[in-house]
Design a binder for this molecule. Sequence first.
Ligand SMILES: [Zn+2]
Length: 216
Amino acid sequence: MTPQKEDYLKVIIELGGDKDLINNKLIGQALSVTAASVTEMSTKLLKDGYIIHVPYQGVQLSEKGLKVANQMIRKHRLWETFLANHLGFTWDEVHDLAEKLEHVSSNVLIDRLDEFLGFPTSDPHGGLIPDREGRTMDKDSLPLQELAEGDGFFILEVDDDAEFLKYLSEKNIRLDQYYRVDKMEAFEGPVYFRDEKGNEYQVSYKAAAKLLVEKQ
Ligand SMILES: [Zn+2]
């Protein structure tokens, strides 16, 4: 399987194509490619049995496609964990490296890496790591902007987007840290919160929507 095909299956699962039909337009936007190349790739993947196609509605992963997509996510997230925890790369740096490494890693290499890391269940930005069978743990999360003033929370997961991760790093916002909401400004204004030491933080409303938290 080519890296392009692997990325394509990964994008479909990230858009929710494990459960729902995803239209070509969304896939094209996510991969920054034209509608024509999406159609061309869909035809190939359909022929190989990786996806199911419903005319005028979109595509969905077949069982075979889901297996590959989960394996790609597993590889990506295990590499991100290794790069961040053992080689000292920052949140925003690990993604691009993992994008390359995921395509050149055999399943045996990845299983060894998983063992070396102690079978982690989530990556440095909280994304769940599928196990060898493609299973992930369930967790209850909601976007930060849905909390109320006074609510305590942990950040479980943040959007895997280098620019956004850099934004958070610069503000020194981390996972595994307890915070409490101070103030949510009306009309989609900023969200203010603080940690247990009293340090204050502020994120825009848009950023708060991309922070998945667990309410305490
Ligand atoms: Zn990533």
